[in-house]
Design a protein around this ligand. Structure first.
Ligand SMILES: *Cc1c(COP(=O)(O)O)cnc(C)c1O
Length: 434
């Protein structure tokens, strides 16, 4: 977790704003993001890439709030999108279509039309059939579509199987051994223009090795293409850099970029990266209030007002999110294992116990955290950390729960960047039959 979230006088702050003030003003559950963390993480990329022609295409699916997209757009970011809806968000947020790369295995004709009309930088094409369809759509519009092939380098990213994408058995990308033949095919299609190559091997990677192995294979391919008279303008090495949720030790952005630049030595193509989680994950927390404390026969439960519909990662991947009290008790002894935070790490221990932190949804999988040793007062506010990526963007309305509000803190200021949904909005498109 970033130092922009910190305790002061035993109250948890986002930058200069107490999280309790945000809960009082906007209610819970509520996502809270720090603008400084968003900006800092982006600048780490641009600093590490100084002197190299590059484009950072923020992966919109990690967190697609318009205000966040707008912050990145103003910093000069491009965007990696996976749907027509994400393209509309990028444009609505002031993003530049000419800096957009379009990934995804299932692009529809309507999405291709929209992206060609907007004039995006590149389609990252994932199959032979998609090449044909894109060529037809471009021809129908009298346009030439810029394409990269998303190549599957068959590298094991050593991450959770649901977020591993670069193995032979995954649905993503074209097989490495078939890539050259597909580039030849693309060259012969009249309304395509080959501009680059792309890969993305998975998410939440915590070691540099798989990134380096994938980059090496992609560069070999780029060399082979150049030798066949198909020199590339850019090389897109995807996203996937992991963050610290608990005790992971992912590479620093600077070290990750330096490792990639090492592999790219002698290559002058523009470097595109598609980071998502690393830019937003530790920029956000999910604020939630305890509704009930329930002491079961075997377990204690803290039933909170956030649930798996708000933050799906624990239910979906068995993911761990640190959970901290928004107000700590004063003069308490320090925890044996203080959380990765500034401050003196003092959570009241004497009346603490082990809690299952669960939501109100009718599913046993509806949990936010298992077996957390902490003191929890009735009605307490809790902050679920590292919730900026794949939190709000994966949320749903299951159990007819309106989705959470979203707030960005900027120094002393808090900005509501998405209102809490109303139940009426949820059923607005539904009709009765006679
Ligand atoms: C999801 C995705 C990303 C971003 O992944 P992170 O792990 O969030 O960095 C980048 N590129 C593609 C093609 C993706 O699908």
């Amino acid at each position: 977790m970033s130092s922009y979230f910190h305790y002061r006088d035993n109250r948890l702050y986002a930058e200069q704003v107490p999280l309790a003030d945000i809960a009082a003003r906007f209610g819970t559950p509520c996502y809270v993001y720090s603008r400084a963390v968003l900006t800092d993480s982006f600048h780490r990329f641009t600093e590490a890439l100084q002197g190299r022609e590059h484009l950072i295409c923020y992966a919109v699916k990690a967190n697609s709030n318009l205000a966040i997209l707008n912050i990145f757009a103003r910093l000069g970011a491009g965007f990696d999108i996976v749907s027509g809806g994400e393209l509309q968000r990028v444009l609505a947020a002031g993003g530049d279509a000419r800096k957009v790369v379009f990934s995804g295995v299932g692009k529809s004709v309507a999405e291709m039309l929209m992206a060609l009309d907007a004039g995006i930088l590149c389609f990252n094409v994932e199959s032979a059939a998609e090449l044909d369809r894109l060529n037809d759509v471009a021809e129908s519009m009298g346009k030439i579509a810029p394409v990269s092939l998303r190549v599957n380098p068959d590298v094991d990213p050593k991450t959770h199987p649901y977020i591993s994408t670069g193995l032979k058995q995954n649905k993503f990308g074209v097989a490495y051994d078939e890539a050259i033949a597909l580039y030849r095919k693309a060259r012969n299609l009249s309304h395509l223009r080959i501009t680059g190559v792309a890969c993305h091997i998975g998410s939440q990677l915590t070691e540099p090795g798989p990134f380096i192995a994938a980059a090496e294979k992609i560069l070999l391919l780029a060399d082979a293409l150049a030798a066949e008279g198909m020199p590339l303008e850019h090389i897109d090495l995807g996203g996937g850099l992991g963050i610290r949720y608990r005790d992971e030790t992912p590479p620093e952005i600077a070290d990750y970029v330096a490792a990639l630049l090492g592999v790219l030595r002698g290559h002058s193509e523009k470097l595109i990266l598609e980071p998502g989680r690393i830019l937003v994950g530790n920029a956000g927390v999910l604020l939630t209030r305890v509704e009930y404390l329930k002491h079961g026969e075997e377990k204690n439960f803290a039933i909170v007002d956030a649930a798996m519909n708000d933050l799906m990662r624990p239910a979906l991947y068995d993911a761990f999110h640190e959970i901290l009290p928004v107000e700590r008790e004063i003069n308490a002894p320090p925890l044996p294992n203080p959380p990765p935070l500034g401050g003196e790490g003092a959570i009241e221990k004497s009346n603490s116990s082990i809690f299952e932190i669960v939501g109100p949804i009718c599913e046993t999988g509806d949990f936010i955290g298992h077996a957390r040793s902490m003191a929890i007062a009735p009605q307490a506010l809790l902050a679920v950390l590292s919730a900026g990526a794949y939190g709000m963007s994966m949320s749903s309305n299951y159990n007819t729960r309106p989705r959470a509000a979203e707030v960005i803190v900027d120094g002393n200021n808090m900005h509501l960047v998405r209102e809490r949904e109303t139940v009426r909005q949820l059923y607005a498109g539904e009709k009765l039959i006679s």
